[in-house]
Ligand binder design. Structure first.
Ligand code: SF4
Length: 657
C-alpha cells in the first residue's frame, strides 16, 4: 500500500480544525491501496525534548516515524509555518532539502501559500497548486504505479508527477515555467468527510464544519483567497443537509458551522438554516457562521441563528470610511453598517468581533480615526439595547499586499508607521474598554516578506530555523531577534522584500503560477482602486477575470423541499413540553478513565461524554431558558494525570428508553 502522512505544521489544536486535512484523510483512506495518518507539530517544550533525546516525530495513528512513509504531505496555510515544516522533517528523520533526499518518502505540499512556491521550493519534491480533492488520487496512483511497476528512479516519479494538472515540481519546472492552478468544478461531485475524527481535547474550531461554498465573488481587492479560490462553487442545499445529518449522527457535535469565504452570500443560506432548525432545534444543536458581510445581516437570518443559542458574531468592515472601502472594494456604506449593528444588538447579541486593517493603500489619518468611530457606533448601539455586559472586540491587522491580488504591485507600509497607527488606535479604544485583538507588526512584516519572496529568501528561512525559529505564528513563541540574526547571517533583509513595490509591467516572482485570473483584470482593478471606483459582485455582472466560469455557476433553481429523513431519530423528543417529570428517570452511569485519557481535563471529559451520549441517541432532558444544557451532572473533578477507576455521572433521560 501507499502510506501517506498528512502533516500539519502547527499544533494539534490548530491542525485538527482544518477542513482540508479531513477531506484528504477521507479520500486517501477510501483508496483500497492507500492509507493516511496524521502528524502535527509538537509544542516547543516537547520539540526540545525530542531533539535532545533523539525521539522521532511519529504519526498519531501508528506511531511510525515520518521517514517510514511513502509520502509526507504538508498543508501550508500560512507562511509563518515554514520553519515548523523544516523542524518536522528533521524530527521525522528526513533531510530537509529535496536535493539531499531519496524517495521514499516523497515530500509534497499544498494549500494557499503555494501560489508563491519559490521561497519553499528547495524543501519539497512537488507542490500542488489548487484544490486537492481530485489531484491527491492522481498523486497516489502515480506513486503506486512507480513503486510497483516503475524503475525506482527518483526522476521517473517526479517526471510523472509533473504531468498532473496544478503540480509544480521545482527540479523539473525551475523558475520560468507556467503552472496553472487546478480547481474542481463542483463541490457536490467530490467526497466530503461525514465521519470526521472527534477530538478528545479542545481544539480551536471545536464543532462540525460544513463547507457550503468555495470561492467568493465580491472581489475585495486585498483578499488573496478571493482570487485564488475562484470561481464560486456552491454545494447544493440537499447535499449540505445530508452531510449535516450523517455527520451529526457520527460525531455527536453540539454546534454546526456553515463555512465559506463569504457564508452570507451562499444562495441557499436561509433555506438551509431554516431546514436545519426544523430538523435539529429540538436536539439543541446550535448554528454558527464565520464573519458575515454587512449587507447580508438581516433580522430573519439572526432570528434563525439564535433560535437555539447565540453563537459569536463577527463582522469585518476592514476600513472605517466609505472612501477607503471603495478603494478596497468593500461593498457597504456607513448607513448599511449602522443598520447591521442595530439589527444585531436588537436581536440580543452581546458579543461582537469587528476586524479592521491598517496600512491600506491611500489610507489617511482620517481613515484611522474612522476605525475608532466605527467601533464606537457599535458600542453606542449595543448600549441602547443591552443593559448588561457587552463585549465588542476589535481586531487590528496590518495590510499585506499579497501575490495575485490587485494590490500585488504595492509594498507593505513602513513598519514604524504601522506601529504608530496601531498604538494610536489601541490607546483610544482602550479608553472605551474595547477588548483589542492586535496583530504583531513584526510577524506581519515577516509574513509579507515570505509571501512576496523569491527563491533567495529560502536561505533566510533555513538560517532562522537553524537558530531556533519554530511555530512562528504563535506570538508568545515568535522571536523577531532570531529572525534579525538570520538576516545578519544571510544579508537578506525582510523589510526590503515586504516593502518592495513593482512596476506594473515587471515580472513578479510568483508569475510562474497562473491562478486563472489574468493580469489584465488585476491591473484594471488596481487602477479602479486608485480612482476609488468599485466593481460589483461578479455574480451580478461578470468582469471577465479570466476564469471563464459562466458554465460553472449553477442556474438559479428554487431549492426543493427537503425530506425529513436526515433527522436523528430520538425515540422521544427531548424538548417535548408535554412530558413531565413523571416521564423521566435519573440514570447513574459508572465509568473509568485510564491510560492516555487520564490527561484530559475535567471539561474535556464532560464534552467527550456528552458527545458520546448524543451519538448513542440517548434522549437526555435539557434545562429550559436561553442556553439549554443537557441535564447531566458529574462527580468532583480529578486532577489531570490521575486515573479514575470509579467515576460517575447522572443524567435525566426521557422514558421509555
Ligand atoms: S469569470 Fe466573471 S463571474 Fe467568473 S469569477 Fe471571473 S469575474 Fe467572476
Amino acid at each position: 500500500p501507499v502510506r501517506v502522512a498528512l502533516a500539519f505544521p502547527d499544533v494539534y489544536e490548530i491542525g485538527m480544525s482544518h477542513l482540508g486535512l479531513k477531506i484528504l484523510y477521507k479520500i486517501i483512506n477510501d483508496i483500497p491501496y492507500a492509507s493516511a495518518e496524521r502528524v502535527f507539530a509538537p509544542w516547543k517544550d516537547l520539540e526540545f525534548q525530542m531533539r535532545e533525546k533523539n525521539i522521532p516525530l511519529c504519526t498519531l495513528e501508528s506511531n511510525r516515524p515520518l521517514i517510514d512513509f511513502d509520502i509526507v504531505g504538508f498543508s501550508l496555510q500560512y507562511e509563518l509555518s515554514y520553519t515548523t515544516v523544516l523542524s518536522m522533517l528533521k524530527l521525522g528523520g528526513i533531510p530537509y532539502k529535496s536535493e539531499e533526499r531519496k524517495i521514499p518518502p516523497l515530500i509534497i505540499a499544498g494549500g494557499p501559500c503555494t501560489v508563491n512556491p519559490l521561497p519553499i521550493s528547495p524543501y519539497f519534491d512537488a507542490i500542488l497548486i489548487g484544490d486537492g480533492e481530485i489531484s491527491i488520487e492522481k498523486i497516489i496512483q502515480t506513486y503506486y504505479l512507480w513503486k510497483n511497476e516503475g524503475d525506482s528512479k527518483r526522476y521517473s516519479l517526479l517526471h510523472e508527477l509533473s504531468k498532473i494538472d496544478g503540480m509544480y515540481v521545482p527540479s523539473i519546472h525551475g523558475e520560468s515555467s507556467k503552472i496553472k492552478r487546478f480547481f474542481i468544478k463542483s463541490l457536490d461531485n467530490v467526497p466530503y468527510p461525514d465521519k470526521p475524527i472527534v477530538p478528545y481535547m479542545s481544539i480551536i474550531h471545536d464543532r462540525l464544519n460544513i463547507e457550503v461554498s468555495r470561492g467568493c465573488s465580491m472581489g475585495c481587492r486585498f483578499c488573496q483567497a478571493g482570487i485564488i479560490y475562484r470561481p464560486v462553487r456552491e454545494r447544493s442545499p440537499e447535499n449540505v443537509l445530508s452531510i449535516v445529518g450523517k455527520s451529526l449522527k457520527n460525531t455527536g457535535f453540539e454546534e454546526v458551522a456553515f463555512t465559506s469565504l463569504s457564508a452570507g452570500d451562499y444562495t441557499y443560506l436561509l433555506y438551509v438554516i431554516k431546514n436545519f432548525n426544523r430538523l435539529y432545534k429540538e436536539k439543541k444543536i446550535a448554528i454558527s457562521l464565520p464573519s458575515l458581510r454587512v449587507s447580508s445581516i438581516n433580522k430573519e437570518l439572526l432570528q434563525e441563528i439564535k433560535s437555539v443559542r447565540k453563537t459569536g458574531f463577527t463582522i469585518a468592515p476592514e476600513a472605517g470610511t466609505d472612501r477607503l472601502r471603495r478603494v478596497i472594494n468593500k461593498d457597504f456604506s456607513h448607513e448599511d453598517y449602522e443598520r447591521a449593528v442595530d439589527t444585531l444588538f436588537k436581536e440580543g447579541w452581546q458579543n461582537l468581533k469587528l476586524y479592521f486593517m491598517i496600512g491600506l493603500p491611500t489610507e489617511t489619518q482620517e481613515d484611522i480615526e474612522a476605525i475608532y468611530n466605527t467601533s464606537l457606533i457599535a458600542l453606542k448601539t449595543a448600549k441602547r439595547y443591552i443593559r448588561g455586559f457587552v463585549n465588542i472586540s476589535i481586531g487590528i491587522s496590518p495590510f499585506i499586499p499579497k501575490p495575485h491580488t490587485p494590490f500585488q504591485w504595492l509594498g507593505q507600509e513602513d513598519t514604524e508607521e504601522l506601529k504608530r497607527k496601531k498604538e494610536y488606535l489601541k490607546k483610544k479604544l482602550n479608553r472605551k474598554n474595547f477588548s483589542i485583538r492586535e496583530h504583531n507588526i513584526n510577524m506581519s512584516l515577516l509574513e509579507a516578506a515570505l509571501s512576496r519572496g523569491d527563491k533567495n529568501i529560502s536561505s533566510l528561512i533555513e538560517n532562522a530555523w537553524k537558530i531556533g525559529c519554530y511555530l512562528d505564528s504563535w506570538s508568545d513563541i515568535f522571536d523577531f531577534n532570531k529572525w534579525q540574526n538570520a538576516m545578519d547571517i544571510t544579508g537578506i533583509d525582510i523589510h526590503r522584500y515586504a516593502r518592495k513595490a513593482y512596476d506594473i509591467s515587471e515580472t513578479l516572482p510568483w508569475d510562474i503560477i497562473e491562478t486563472g485570473v489574468n493580469k489584465e483584470f488585476l491591473k484594471k482593478e488596481f487602477k479602479k482602486a486608485l480612482q476609488g471606483e468599485t466593481s460589483i459582485d461578479c455574480r451580478k455582472l461578470c468582469h471577465n477575470c479570466g476564469i471563464y466560469c459562466n458554465n460553472i455557476h449553477k442556474e438559479e433553481t428554487k431549492p426543493k423541499q427537503i425530506e425529513n429523513n436526515y433527522q436523528i431519530d430520538f425515540n422521544i423528543k427531548a424538548s417535548n413540553k408535554s412530558l413531565t417529570y413523571n416521564n423521566t428517570a435519573i440514570v447513574r452511569s459508572e465509568f473509568y478513565t485510564s491510560g492516555i485519557l487520564k490527561y484530559l481535563s475535567h471539561l474535556e471529559l464532560i464534552k467527550l461524554i456528552l458527545r458520546a451520549i448524543r451519538r448513542a441517541e440517548i434522549p437526555v432532558d435539557y434545562t429550559r431558558g436561553f442556553h439549554p444544557r443537557p441535564k447531566v451532572s458529574f462527580g468532583p473533578p480529578l486532577n489531570v494525570g490521575i486515573e479514575g477507576l470509579n467515576e460517575y455521572f447522572d443524567m435525566v433521560i426521557f422514558l421509555p428508553f
